[in-house]
Design a protein around this ligand. Sequence first.
Ligand code: ATP
Length: 235
Amino acid sequence: MTSLIETKGLTAFYGDFQAIFGVDMRLDAGETIAVIGANGAGKSTLMRSIAGVIANLPEMVLHRGQAIGAIGAPDVVRRGIALVPEGRKLFPSLSVEENLQIGGYGRRAGGPWTLETIYDLFPILKERRRYPATALSGGQQQMVAIGRALMSNPEVLLCDELSLGLAPVVIRDIYAAFSKIRASGAAIIIVEQDIAQALKVADRVYCMMEGRITLTGRPSELEPAAIHSAYFGAD
Ligand code: ATP
């Protein structure tokens, strides 16, 4: 079976600095996978490479077996791959609803997501739809960022550090929405620094350290000691 997303020997550079080194990973239809790792491990770079924000050699990123590593972010979105970026990156001068609408430009045909279904998922956003996005709490802004990505009708949703800086109760609400997003048919990659959270929501986990995958497996197969050394390095 062809994977939905596959990276093959993926490398990525910022100028002369190499951030990731030969990453092989895959995401199958209907799966949720988590990418864990410490600050600077290369998780965001991996997400940005899949999303087309960082250009790579074409064959380093495959979508349904087709090379997309060099097609650029707008075409990646059109294929149904959407990124919720680290730090949310909302448009501060626009309202909640305008931020959501921007996510719908170039959207994939088909799929269930509209302003209405996103408001059903996050009812508070409907109440606040005329507010400037930056007038919302951090958790609500994260909902806008997720909603903006969903507006493109993704079959693959890439979520970079959703829980960063949010209170546990807010994180719980955001993750609660994920079961509905999964039920819509989307496959999901989440980047998480919180290992327990990652193990709870993911079908499979990849651990990264210093730009490389150091461990992969199903949560039930991974020993805490192995996760510890894959995450932090050997003592
Ligand atoms: P974090 O949790 O801190 O976001 P991460 O695992 O997502 O960490 P990346 O952001 O992918 O890691 O960073 C990987 C490496 O690339 C780090 O050494 C980082 O300093 C470097 N890096 C990231 N973005 C840039 C950039 N725009 N320019 C130069 N180096 C960068």
